[in-house]
Design a protein around this ligand. Structure first.
Ligand code: FMN
Length: 209
């Protein structure tokens, strides 16, 4: 059976998006044959766009373009900032021109996740705008279907466009049960699609030989 490597990459200032990413990774690894690689993205300086920190003080190592190139599927997360993704995530995506040029991500599945401090503060607009560059890359966007019952019962985060969390300012970053369940379902779904697409690519390549 083939194996699929899923890159789970996020930026997080206060830890909530990091917590969401950990649950998504758990969902990825609940699928037989799927392995999650958890990576983070550094702050960037407004002056020169270079990462402010050279290595993370704690948590997941920084993601590299090589890891993105090699992955079989991607889940990428950002806090909501003014209804859009945070600058470090945009900065990372803006550095992927070489991967766009050689088509490394074409046909690979991708999901997006976010969080916000107000319930109607722009989670959906953030998720939809994060999909746009991934569509340019030719990735296959994977959301969460309503067969996941937590989508209908959640009173906090969790959307059909992707996993999300709602953490009011000053409150602990713990996710609700529905947010956890939807994060894990999202991770598992990207992993399942990655395995299916990779197997299909493999059989097409074998037929062509
Ligand atoms: C510059 C800035 C802009 C923000 N914009 C929004 C917003 O538009 N809507 C919202 O609900 N929360 C907004 N927030 C709150 C963050 O989305 C929230 O604190 C974040 O999800 C926490 O994630 P983290 O713990 O991973 O850093 C903003 C925070 C910052 C610093």
């Amino acid at each position: 059976m083939s194996q699929a490597e899923i890159l789970v990459v996020y930026h997080s200032r206060h830890g909530a998006t990091a917590e969401l990413a950990r649950h998504i990774s758990r969902g990825v690894e609940s699928v037989e044959g799927a392995v999650a690689t958890l990576r983070s993205l550094p702050n960037v300086s407004a002056e020169n766009e270079r990462p402010v920190q050279q290595v993370p003080e704690s948590g997941a190592p920084w993601a590299t373009l090589d890891e993105l190139r090699r992955c079989d599927g991607l889940l990428i997360g950002s806090p909501t900032r003014f209804g859009n993704m945070a600058a470090p995530v945009k900065h990372f995506l803006d550095s992927t021109s070489a991967l766009w040029a050689d088509g490394s991500l074409i046909g690979k599945p991708a999901g997006v996740f976010t969080g916000s401090s107000s319930l109607h503060g722009g989670q959906e607009s953030t998720l939809l705008s994060m999909m746009v560059p991934l569509i340019h890359h030719g990735m296959v966007i994977v959301g969460i279907p309503f067969s996941e019952s937590a989508l209908s019962s959640t009173r906090s985060g969790g959307t059909p466009y992707g996993a999300s969390h709602f953490t009011p300012y000053g409150k602990p970053t713990a996710l609700s049960d529905e947010e956890k369940s939807l994060a894990q379902a999202h991770g598992a779904r990207v992993a399942e699609v990655a395995l299916a697409l990779k197997a299909r690519r493999g059989s097409r390549e074998r037929t062509a030989r």
